[in-house]
Design a protein around this ligand. Structure first.
Ligand SMILES: [Zn+2]
Length: 375
């Protein structure tokens, strides 16, 4: 990771560093939480910057070093629209953590085929609230990862730049809320949909059978075992098991032989159990709707929050739908906290990337608002 060598004494005064480098102090503090004594992590620089630079002995030298480096404003990867398979995502997460060292990431578990499942964390150490957002539970809804990652980059850049977006102060959100982001819950499934089965290195016959011998895998929704990960959670799972048409692994809708049999579902379950958030957002497609209730277990504040989401997106809030055993369902049921499924876009899955700009324009406000809590 890129850092600047610095005389350790200079780091004692983060407030002064913040002033002379023109970066908010909470970002600097967060970026340097795990830094070694002579390392200084500075958000918003190109990853190459500072790597072999001489140690800064004074504040003035540090200022010169930082000012001499190119900023990130014109880096296309920060604003481009990207389609993410597991490799593309891995690469970009590393880039984000390099450029914005207040973002941390780790591998919370692995898919059936051993692909890492990443969690990103953004937020001040003492932030009191927690929001969790995930994308691509369903393989053919991979565009949700594109939306979430675009917003993560928008959030990081705007934290460094300052100012307000849609009436929110990014820095205030950073200090208010710790964000947990799992951008790709189902990496095997997404790799299958985007790249085809040949690259997976597995026996294709069972895949073809689960795919009902369709010529393409574009509509594959399940994980690579043919289990619908969003039908795997222990909240009235038996109802889904009984009524879902597939009685064996399938490209869509099979709830598994029991709750939580699949590694991806277990990872998400354990993540929530270890650090239950105050609010959970699950990104899916499609319908331009926001599901916010579940069997009356939802907390009273959900009705106000969904109104904010509706106003910012133009999407329609829906309290109850006839569905059980989902990740969000289980979360609301067992924790009694806010959970929202946001159904992005309209059409037939997989939604084409040509729809991206419209989807992003409508949904980004929900992502901003998801970090804001009324005090
Ligand atoms: Zn879905």
């Amino acid at each position: 990771m890129a850092f600047i060598n610095i005389k350790p004494e200079l780091k004692q005064d983060m407030s002064r560093l913040s002033d002379i480098l023109n970066i908010p102090e909470p970002l600097l503090t967060s970026a340097n939480l795990n830094a070694d004594v002579g390392e200084f992590y500075f958000p918003g620089l190109h990853p190459q910057a500072g790597k072999d630079a001489p140690a800064a002995e004074t504040y003035e030298q540090l200022q010169l070093l930082v000012n001499g480096e190119p900023g990130l404003e014109n880096e296309p990867w920060l604003t481009d629209t990207v389609i993410y398979d597991s490799q593309t995502l891995k690469h970009e997460i590393e880039q984000i953590a390099e450029c914005f060292p207040f973002v941390t990431y780790h591998i919370i578990g692995r898919s059936v085929l051993g692909q890492p499942i990443y969690e990103l964390n953004i937020g001040a150490e003492h932030a009191e609230k927690r929001t969790h957002i995930n994308a691509s539970f369903h393989a053919n809804e991979w565009i949700t990862t594109s939306v979430l990652m675009k917003w993560v980059k928008e959030y990081c850049l705007s934290l460094c730049k300052g100012g307000e977006i849609l009436g929110f102060s990014p820095l205030r959100l950073f200090q208010m809320t710790k964000l947990s982001i799992v951008p790709l819950v189902n990496p095997d499934g997404v790799d299958l949909v985007l790249n085809g089965p040949e690259h997976l290195g597995i026996n294709l016959e069972p895949l073809d059978e689960m795919n009902e011998y369709q010529s393409e895998f574009r509509e594959w929704k399940a994980n690579i075992n043919g289990v619908d990960l969003n039908n795997q959670f222990p909240s009235f799972w038996e109802i889904e098991k009984q009524r879902k048409p597939p009685k064996a692994p399938s490209y869509r809708d099979y709830p598994g032989d029991a709750p939580l049999t699949e590694p991806e579902a277990i990872v998400m379950h354990d993540l929530i159990e270890s650090r239950p958030p105050d609010r959970l957002i699950a990104l899916h497609t499609q319908g331009e709707e926001i599901y916010w209730g579940y069997e009356g277990f939802e907390p009273p504040e959900s009705v106000n929050v969904v109104q904010v989401f509706e106003r910012l997106s133009g999407y329609k809030g829906i309290r109850y739908i006839d569905s059980y055993a989902g990740f969000r369902d289980w979360f609301i049921h067992f924790y009694g906290k806010e959970g929202y499924t946001v159904e992005l876009g309209k059409g037939k899955n997989p939604l084409p990337i040509a729809d991206f700009d419209d989807i992003y324009c409508k949904s980004r406000g929900i992502l901003w608002a998801s970090c804001f809590f009324e005090s």
